[in-house]
Design a protein around this ligand. Structure first.
Ligand code: AMP
Ligand code: FES
Ligand code: ZN
Length: 352
């Protein structure tokens, strides 16, 4: 029997060494020792063959969804984690023009030390290595407070207001600096968990907007997710094999998040039946293509910040106002307080 993914080696180029574990697999293209087996693709690859395969798949996703071209300027939103730094690296390897954007959220780690600061160091290290620009938006300098203060003010889990804040600045910087696209490192686990959650609630608005590419619109940058078909394990292996260091600790606010429970449920299904996760997302996207696209909500400039919003004051400005209103309990810096109150609109204080 010829050796290959899912079959034990019995001889030839892919012959396994004596005493090798039963699960020992050979790389499909070269017969070397496999470091990953992807049953959903019926493919095992070695450390040398995996990165080129991964980059080719990234290119296929970019082309399939017409995300961007080689002459476009892309802004990659980087969190310091494996997905976004791996994405930045893959895009540069593929010959795209890409800069990075890091939003300093001012979150402390579970050890009481600065989690956001540590994440920034990984993003900076990759920017130095690649010679590309890293734009940093520091919430403390721009708004006068970070995510912990917003979370205390709104009495909600941090992830939702944090997402609103990040989306606001990602879009703002991409639009103001004239980038052709904003790329995020959302992976298959993220997308499948989001789809699962939206489906459980039959949230048609969110379902309509869940797509690997959101076209640009007045005041909105084009948003793309080139890693949406890679699992977390696949993006982590790519970063490791390509020598891209990334922060391994999770955001302390993520502990107990519902999205993690959803990821867990989906991974159990995937374990029983490989390919489930990918099919869940891919089949949803093809089904959505066959349905008429819902009319986008009418937008007008937010009264406070000018960003497009379906209501008079956008979600971000309402959050900011709620945090400011909580007032005296907050240690607002002079600079931060002035930058919010003095200008009527939040102006990005961007450090490069
Ligand atoms: P998350 O919302 O934490 O699951 O992250 C999803 C994607 O958002 C990441 O892959 C990044 O592309 C982007 N992102 C998350 N946090 C930040 C951040 N602090 N600064 C810039 N981009 C971020
Ligand atoms: Fe936003 Fe953790 S990164 S709450
Ligand atoms: Zn606003």
């Amino acid at each position: 029997m010829k050796c290959g993914p899912g079959r034990p080696c019995t001889g030839g180029r892919g012959r396994a060494e004596e005493g090798a574990p039963k699960s020992y697999r050979r790389c499909k293209p070269c017969g070397g020792k496999a470091v990953i087996h992807m049953p959903q693709h019926r493919l095992a690859l070695c450390r040398a063959c995996y990165p080129p395969w991964f980059e080719k798949q990234t290119q296929r996703t970019i082309e399939r969804f017409h995300m961007f071209g080689k002459t476009d300027r892309i802004l990659v939103a980087v969190s310091g984690g494996k997905d976004s730094l791996g994405l930045w690296h893959a895009l540069l390897q593929l010959g795209y023009v890409a800069d990075g954007l890091y939003i300093h959220l001012r979150i402390q780690g579970s050890d009481g030390l600065a989690y956001s600061q540590r994440s920034l160091e990984f993003a900076r290290a990759y920017a130095d290595r690649s010679g590309r620009e890293l734009i940093v938006v520091d919430l403390q300098e721009t708004m006068g407070f970070g995510i912990p203060e917003i979370q205390r003010a709104v009495h909600r889990p941090a992830c939702s207001p944090c997402g609103t804040t990040k989306r606001h600045y990602m879009n703002k910087v991409a639009v103001e600096r004239g980038y052709d696209g904003l790329a995020t490192g959302h992976n298959l686990d993220d997308e499948a968990a989001t789809l699962f959650s939206n489906t459980l609630r039959w949230d048609m608005d969110y379902l309509a907007r869940q797509t690997p590419v959101l076209p640009a619109a007045e005041g909105f940058a084009r948003k793309v997710k080139p890693f949406c078909f890679f699992s977390e394990k696949e993006t982590a292996l790519y970063a490791v094999l390509e020598g891209v260091p990334y922060i391994r600790e999770e955001c302390p606010f993520a502990l107990g998040a519902t999205s993690l429970e959803h990821k867990d449920v989906i991974n159990r299904l995937e374990h029983e039946s490989p390919g489930t996760k990918r099919a869940f997302l891919a089949n949803f996207l093809s089904a959505k293509d066959r349905l008429p696209a819902p009319a986008p909500p009418a937008m007008k400039p937010c009264r406070e910040c000018g960003s497009p919003s379906p209501v008079e004051v956008c979600a971000f400005c309402r959050l900011r106002a709620a945090t400011l209103a909580r007032g005296s309990g907050l240690a607002l810096t002079q600079v931060g307080a002035r930058s919010v109150e003095g200008q009527g609109a939040v102006v990005c204080q961007v450090k490069t």
